[in-house]
Write a protein that binds this ligand. Sequence first.
Ligand code: ADP
Ligand code: MG
Length: 297
Amino acid sequence: ATPTALLVGTGRGAQLGILIKGPEVLESTRRVDTVLLDKTGTVTTGRMTLLAVHTADGTDESEVLRLAGALENASEHPIGRAVAAGAGAAERTGALPVPEDFAGIPGLGVRGVVEGHTVLVGREQLLDLPGGATGLPASLKEAKAAAEAAGRTAIAVAWDGEARAVLEVADAVKDTSAEAVRRLRALGLRPVLLTGDNRAVAEAVAREAGIDEVIAEVLPEEKAEVVRRLQAQGRTVAMVGDGVNDAAALAQADLGLAMGTGTDAAIEAADLTLVRGDLRAAADAIRLSRRTLGTIK
Ligand code: ADP
Ligand code: MG
């Protein structure tokens, strides 16, 4: 394609709500055959709600909400926002304390100190880290399995080395996602759901969005590894994501697409931004580049 055709393509992209880093990006878009879709915030709204609290014997629910809510109040993760909002809304907790220490552990959860207690909130695997906590007791393991079978995300809460509760959070599939997946397929592309979340949850979301390939329980640094692996198999890979945890995979992909509603880290790592956070624009972007470069079949 001539430079002029490329620039025209870029201008049309802006009209469609697609921001393209440079005209050369369109060139790499054209051979894409596989589209990895991050789950939370990309295929789903990312607006999670706290639905239930399961406590271990002898643990007070309002204590769980206070400590977990306080810690998550410092997190920007959609799960963190849901837990903090849910805890704040539960009258019994009163105002949430401010954590004395806080650290996000990408793909696993959060860890910090609240009112002198070392608190962990996140995936069950978070409890296994050095300085973590005892495993979930049987009653909480059961609550976790039931939540996940229903397509909800189960989050463990531990403090002072002991697992104390499981929180259930859930998120809705965006109403544009199934249409976006159909459009990607119509372009001959293979959509694959890629997520750090549990397999059962990922499969429930994939079913609803019409995606039949799922790569689940992937740590953030492994997301880029999945991209590399597919590339080594000869695939040309596009990755769509919104989180800090997606940045390395977006950079590794042949084409990185960030949700405009996502984090700055994702937007900076991507070649292209879907301004309105509408996944259908991912298909538009790929169609646009093929058309611009005259490769539409
Ligand atoms: P996704 O790939 O779906 O965007 P992430 O990689 O961000 O998911 O997170 C993977 C998993 O890590 C979540 O499903 C959750 O179990 C856990 N997690 C991450 N951040 C938090 C947090 N702030 N609070 C609780 N759990 C978290
Ligand atoms: Mg995400």
